[in-house]
Design a protein around this ligand. Structure first.
Ligand code: DX5
Ligand code: ZN
Length: 223
């Protein structure tokens, strides 16, 4: 079990544009750890969003580190678009590039934390050959590209089996992030399995309730 406090990665695709400035101010005050940016190209996932102009705009508004979830084909060709910073993290999908090890090494050269993302249908053992080149793994617990989905049930045991595998292989210190329908209840479940980064979206902090109250409730669940 990861001993340190769990980290909140707040999903920007789940907040309302009209509330952006106000919500970012609240997230700064509440010390949210990351802003989760779902970059989507309409090819890797059947959705489109969060282009570089939007990201540059967020950069002008806040210094909260960005958690780039690259749902794009051939991410290796696009890394320099995002002006990555050491305190950021970049999540590369195993399924999005032919040469995943080379892409992870290239991502690392930008200095930020590098995560390998795996879709619900990707076997957890896909991570086995690149454990030395990553800072952690992002487990997609929905088929990525949309907020508001329900968890893919098989992913619940997948997180547990992955953590057991990492511990057995001597990689128990790698960070373990989960993304997709990470409700308060699911966050607690995955926290107890050893996850330490939680993508909080429409099923939790952006459920329409008071954002500040929701963040404090979420932090309590993942402590
Ligand atoms: C998946 C997205 C969503 C979102 C979280 O591509 O990354 O998981 O951030 O939103 P909810 O909580 O609605 O799944
Ligand atoms: Zn995401």
């Amino acid at each position: 079990m990861n001993k340190e406090q769990g980290k909140i990665s707040a999903s920007l695709m789940c907040l309302k544009l009209k509330d952006l400035e106000n919500d970012i101010k609240i997230m700064e005050e509440e010390k949210v750890d990351y802003l989760h940016v779902d970059v989507m190209d309409g090819d890797f996932v059947p959705n489109y969003g969060f282009g570089t102009d939007y990201i540059n705009g967020i950069r002008e508004m806040t210094d909260i580190p960005l958690d780039f979830h690259l749902m794009v084909m051939r991410p290796e060709d696009k890394l320099e678009w995002f002006k990555l910073r050491p305190q950021d993290r970049v999540c590369i999908h195993y399924e999005s590039t032919i040469h995943v090890q080379r892409t992870l090494v290239r991502a690392k050269s930008y200095g930020s934390k590098v995560m390998l993302a795996i879709n619900p249908g990707t076997p957890l053992y896909a991570v086995e050959e690149v454990l030395d080149y990553i800072d952690g793994i992002l487990v997609l617990t929905v088929n990525p590209g949309f907020a508001g989905q329900k968890i893919v049930r098989s992913c619940i045991s997948k997180v547990e089996r992955l953590k057991e595998f990492l511990d057995e292989q001597g990689y128990g210190d790698l960070e373990l992030a989960v993304d997709g329908n990470i409700s308060y209840e699911n966050a607690k479940l995955f926290r107890n399995m050893g996850a330490n980064i939680f993508v909080a979206g429409s099923s939790s902090i952006f459920d329409g309730g008071d954002l500040r109250v929701n963040i404090e409730k979420y932090r309590d669940v993942i402590k």
